[in-house]
Design a protein around this ligand. Sequence first.
Ligand SMILES: C[S@@+](CC[C@H](N)C(=O)[O-])C[C@H]1O[C@@H](n2cnc3c(N)ncnc32)[C@H](O)[C@@H]1O
Length: 625
Amino acid sequence: MASKTPTVGIHSSKEAIYLSLQEGYDFVGVRLSTDALKQRVESLEPFESVQEFFDSEIAYHPEEYVNKVVGLTSEWIELDSNDALIAQRSEEILMKEVSFASYCGLASVLCNGPKYADNITQYARSCSTILNSSYNITLVLQFPIEYGQEDLFESWKMWNIVRTSCKYNPRLQVALELPPSCSPPIELVNRWYAEPIGMISLSCMAFVPNPTGYPVLSRKLRAIFSLYLRLNPKVFLRDSNVPDKIGESPDYSIYMKHLFDTQPPAPLVEEFAGGYKDYLQIPLQPLSHNLENITYEIFERDPVKYAQYEQAIFAALNDRDANSVTRIAVVGAGRGPLVDCALRAAISSARTVDMIALEKNPNAFAMLLLRNRQDWAGKVTLVFGDMREWNPDYKIDILVSELLGSMADNELSPECLDGVQRVLNPITGISIPSSYASYITPIMSPKLWSEVRNMNDASAFARQYVVLMNSVDFLAPNDEFRFQPLWSFHHPNDETKLFSKNQHNRRNAAVRFQATNPGVLHGFAGYFEATLYKNISLSTLPTTMEEKSPDMFSWFPIYIPIEKPMYVPENSQLQLHLWRMTDGARVWFEWSANTYLVLRNGSHIHLSSTDIHNASGRGFSYLMN
Ligand SMILES: C[S@@+](CC[C@H](N)C(=O)[O-])C[C@H]1O[C@@H](n2cnc3c(N)ncnc32)[C@H](O)[C@@H]1O
C-alpha cells in the first residue's frame, strides 16, 4: 500500500492564502483575530467581557479555501497564567476564537501550549471546557519536544496531564515543536511518536542553505523527521515572513516533499498491510469457526512462512533413511499450501513420501478436493474431520501443522496437537513445529487504548487484540530483558503429562520490567517464537525476527490492554501476571499488572495494581469445540 505524502503548510494571511497554496503548500495557518482584539481585552475592566468581535478584530472570514486553513488562535492567550484575571480572559477569548473557527468551517485550530508546569491542571481544565463546548473542531496544542535539560520528559509530562484530564478526547492533538538545534534522545523521540501528533511545527529558521543555496534541514532534524513522517502528520513551517510578504518561497515545500520521496522503503509488512496500522482485530478462532476463503488467501500471501516450513520439512526428510517411505500428514491443511511445501521438499530431498492432508473446515476441504484433482494428480490422501478424532490404521512420521496465533498458543494449537499426537509413530514421529514460546513487553499507546475504550463494550478490556502496532512506545526499552518469555509448549507432548479437562495446558507467569523513563502503561504487546525443526524457526519477536524469519508478516503482535492506564514514574518496575486458564471446554487468559517504585537502597514500594482482567473468562474465551 503506497504511503501518503506529507501535508506541508505555512503561516499565511487572509490575503496570501491563494498564493501560498499556488506555491505548493497544502495548507496555511491563518490568524483568526488581529492585535486590536488584544488591545481591547487589555483595556477591559474586570467586570467587562468581550461579547462579539469588532470588524477590526477579525483577521479571517470563511472563503473558498476553508478546507485548507488551520486557524491560529491568539498568541497572547495564557490559559495557565498565574494572574487569575488573565487566565479567565484567555479562556473566554480562546472559547470565542474556537467557536468562530468552528462557525467558519475550519477542521482544526492551533493553540499555545502551557507555560507553567505548576498550573498545568488549570490549562487542562480550560482545554476540557473548550472541547466540551464544541463538537467538531480539533484543538492542536503546541508542545516543544523537550524543555531544557533538567527533566527531558517535562514537556511530555505536561501533555500527559492535559490528555488524561481531557479523557483522551480524540479532538485533542499535539503540534510537536522541533526547535532548530534540537537533538533529543531517541527515547524522547519515540515517546512522542506514540502520541496523537496532528502536526509537526518547525521554524523556517531551522533550514540552512545547502551549497547551491536551497534551504535544507540538518542531519539530526532529518533523522527525526524520517521517523515522524511515518505518522503522516501535517508539517507546519512557522516563523516565515509570509503575512507581510504576500507569497513565500516554495523551496521549503519542495524540500519537505523531496525528503519524503527519498525515504527508505517501508518494511515489507507495511507494503502489504499498511492500512491495518493500529487497527484492532479480535483474534481468529480457527478451531471453533470456519475461516473464509479470503482469510486463507491472505495467509498465503506471506512467502516467508511457507519457505521456512518447506526448509524444515526438507531438513526433517534429509535426516531420514533415504530408502524409507515417509508418511507426512498436514493437519489443518486449509487450502493446501503446506501440502505444496511438503511435496516440494520431498522432490528436493529425493525422498519418497506418502502425503495426507486433513482439514475440518468443509469449505476449505472442497478446495483440497479440487487441488488434489488438478495439482497433485490425486496422490494426496484427503481426510475430512477434526484432527483430535482422527483414527487412521497407520502411524505418521511427520505431523505438519500451522495453528499458531499471535501469541503462539492462543488459537489453541496445543489443544489440537495434543489430540492428534497419538497418530504419530511413537518412536520416530516428529511434529513441525516442535515447540513455541510466547513473549511479552509493556507498552504505552494512547491510540490503542482509546480504540479499546471507544468500543463501549463491557468485554472490550477482557479481550486481546491482533494489531499491526504503530503508535506505540516501549516502556522498558533499556531493560536487557525487555521482551520476556512467558511460557512454552512442546510437541509431541509427553503422554504421561496429559491430564483430564486439558489441565496440563494451564500456564501462568509473572514477569517484571525495569522502566527508567516515566510513562503510562496502557497494556502489553505479545509475540512468539516457534521452532519448526532443529534450528529452523519462525519469529515475530522484534529482537530475533530479522535473524529467524526476516520479512515474515503472517502474524501481527497481540495487544493485551489494561482498563485503567497506570502512570509509571522514572525508575520503577512494571509487573505482569498472566494466566492461561482452561476448563476442558474453553481456554481463556486472565491478567493483572502492578507498578513499583524502586528506591535507591533497592527496596520496592508498591504504587498501584489493576483489576484481574477477564476474570473466570467472563469476557472472552477461545472455544475448544
Ligand atoms: C491457520 S490455518 C492454516 C491453514 C494452512 N495450513 C496454511 O498454513 O495456510 C489453520 C487451519 O487449521 C484448521 N483446523 C483448526 N483446528 C483444527 C482441528 N482440530 N482439526 C482439523 N483442522 C483444524 C482450520 O480450519 C484452518 O484451516
